[in-house]
Design a protein around this ligand. Structure first.
Ligand code: PMP
Ligand code: GLN
Length: 383
């Protein structure tokens, strides 16, 4: 492995899912639903496959039906207009969207400011692009993890090229507020920065929190690359269909890179996702309400089991503090948890440069059936 990447071994998700399988534990580690997305959308994929749509290389930027559906979805939900021909790109999941965006926009030596804890592929993708990551740590404050805007401003230097934002935020569940996003946007405009914003959990916001795309803020349309994922929004993480939207110039740059990463994304699933994006608003609301009910089961159960719980305003993850249990090392705790309780979770420290700062936090996913969550909670209470 080259020197840029030696610090990245096996991703924690692979490691912890393997541990879950090996120990027969309930896997609340890696974030994937245990119930597949809508039947009619699975049928749409089967139809495409059977009818010979997408079985050969689809167009590089994605099939027109899907690009049009992505643009229509953003128009309908957020009033954001994109030209499907030039301002939308279909990717192999959000993971490729993130990598291609950074490879397209970061020069070697550029600094990329990212919220910490950060989704693990951010660090690796910044490194692949030859950039330098500069974390700005979200800190616990009044029951949730908050962004300190002064710290964010102080992190920007003359070498900063790009802000990498994620809202709703994995793993903390924080949803950036209108005021916070406005401040991020102002900073980007003032310092002439590009922004890559990972909004894959756009439909999972709770308790009155609102998902506001950064691209809707003044001055942002032209400097922002926005990322979405059908894996998250429709519970098909195995399909690996994601997308990028933004200006013609920025999306064009990401498109250039995607050509040489994967060339195209898998064909038949694109037809199905195009149909999924046109589902009525009731689909998105039911999906959200289903996750909200599960969040409450897990959050209450973890509280009863003695964890300090940061009740998430978004995503399908709950971050906890294990210190009330007399524990302080999330790594050790997660490695022992299958044996102790038959449950797998993720140590948030893997999402930090400052491992010390992340040490006491552990993440549990709640994109699981209610009875699975109840059983997990039962086990954790009994440990
Ligand atoms: N960004 C975030 C914040 C995520 O949590 C995930 C995935 N789970 C991804 C990106 C990757 O999405 P995909 O599976 O579409 O590649
Ligand atoms: N995004 C998912 C999570 O945070 C996992 C994706 C992956 O395994 N790479 O759990």
């Amino acid at each position: 492995l080259n020197r840029r990447l030696t610090e990245f071994g096996t991703t924690i998700f692979a490691e912890m899912s393997a541990l879950a399988v090996a120990t027969g534990s309930i896997n609340l580690g890696q974030g994937f639903p245990d119930t597949d997305g809508p039947e009619e959308i699975r049928e749409a994929a089967v139809r495409a496959l059977r009818d010979g749509r997408g079985n050969q290389y689809p167009p590089g930027p994605g099939i027109p039906e899907l690009r049009t559906a992505i643009a229509a979805h953003q128009q309908r939900r957020y009033g954001l207009a994109h030209d499907p021909d030039t301002e939308v790109l279909v990717t192999a999941g959000a993971t490729e969207a993130i990598a291609a965006s950074l490879l397209a926009l970061v020069e070697p030596g550029d600094e990329v400011v990212a919220l910490e804890p950060y989704y693990d592929s951010y660090a690796a993708s910044i490194a692949m692009a030859g950039g330098r990551r500069v974390p700005v740590t979200l800190r616990p404050h009044g029951g949730s993890f908050r962004l300190d805007l002064d710290e964010l401003r102080a992190a920007v230097t003359d070498r900063t090229r790009l802000l990498l934002i994620n809202t709703p935020h994995n793993p903390t569940g924080t949803v950036l507020t209108r005021a916070e996003l406005a401040a991020v946007a102002e900073l980007a405009v003032e310092r002439d920065l590009l922004v890559v914003t990972d909004e894959v959990y756009e439909h999972l916001v709770f308790d009155g929190a609102e998902h506001l795309p950064l691209a809707t803020f003044p001055g942002m349309r032209e400097r922002t690359v926005s990322i979405g994922s059908a894996g998250k929004t429709f519970s098909f993480t195995g399909w690996k269909v994601g997308w990028v939207t933004g200006s013609r110039e920025l999306v064009g740059a990401v498109r250039s890179v995607k050509q040489f990463l994967t060339y195209v994304s898998s064909g038949p699933f694109q037809y199905a996702v195009a149909e999924a994006l046109a589902l009525p608003d009731s689909y998105f609301e039911e999906f959200r309400l289903g996750m909200l009910a599960r969040r409450d089961i897990l959050a209450e159960g973890l509280t009863a089991a003695g964890f300090e719980v940061f009740r998430p305003a978004g995503t399908y993850f709950v971050t906890t503090d294990i210190r009330p249990l007399g524990e302080k090392d999330g790594f050790a705790f997660c490695r022992a948890l299958p044996e102790r309780a038959g449950v797998v979770a993720i140590p948030n420290a893997v999402f930090y440069d400052d491992r010390e700062a992340g040490a006491p936090f552990v993440r549990f996913a709640f994109c699981k059936r209610e009875e699975v969550l109840r059983e997990a909670v039962e086990r954790l209470r009994g440990m």
